[in-house]
Design a binder for this molecule. Structure first.
Ligand SMILES: [Fe+2]
Length: 135
């Protein structure tokens, strides 16, 4: 099991695509760590990374949307908030209870389902819009 960037995930904005590549790379590290029995340690590293990176990444995406008056901005922003909220809840839980296997599994599930779905649908629509807005 592992996850890899593929061209079909490219939304056509280099900066955003590179940020998505980095996210998938970090996520792949967690999946590999799980296979090697190091999921709990790696989850802490991923959480620290996501804390900062996700904010930067979402802000960059949203700044582009505002710049080009993207009509789907509100819905897209709401999806980002949902993800940040989930990440924060999981982080608070692990801080209170310590990291356990179910936190690792939940993080894996969320990243697999939410992140891939978001990139391949919601971000892809944004990419198509930006392409037509800037050409
Ligand atoms: Fe997005």
């Amino acid at each position: 099991m592992g996850i890899q960037w593929r061209e079909s995930l490219a939304i056509g904005v280099e900066e955003i695509d590179n940020q998505h590549k980095e996210l998938l790379l970090r996520f792949d590290r967690l999946l590999n760590a799980c296979q090697g029995g190091r999921g709990i340690e790696e989850l802490k590293k991923l959480q620290a990374f996501l804390d900062e990176y996700v904010h930067t990444h979402f802000n960059d995406e949203e700044a582009l949307q505002r710049k080009y008056h993207y009509p789907g901005y509100e819905a897209h922003h709401a999806e980002h908030l949902y993800f940040i909220n989930k990440i924060n809840i999981l982080k608070a839980e692990t801080e209170q209870e310590g990291v356990s296997t179910h936190h690792v599994i939940e993080t894996n599930n969320m990243l697999l389902k939410w992140l891939l779905n978001h990139i391949s649908k919601v971000d892809m629509e944004l990419g198509a819009f930006l392409k037509s807005a800037t050409s």
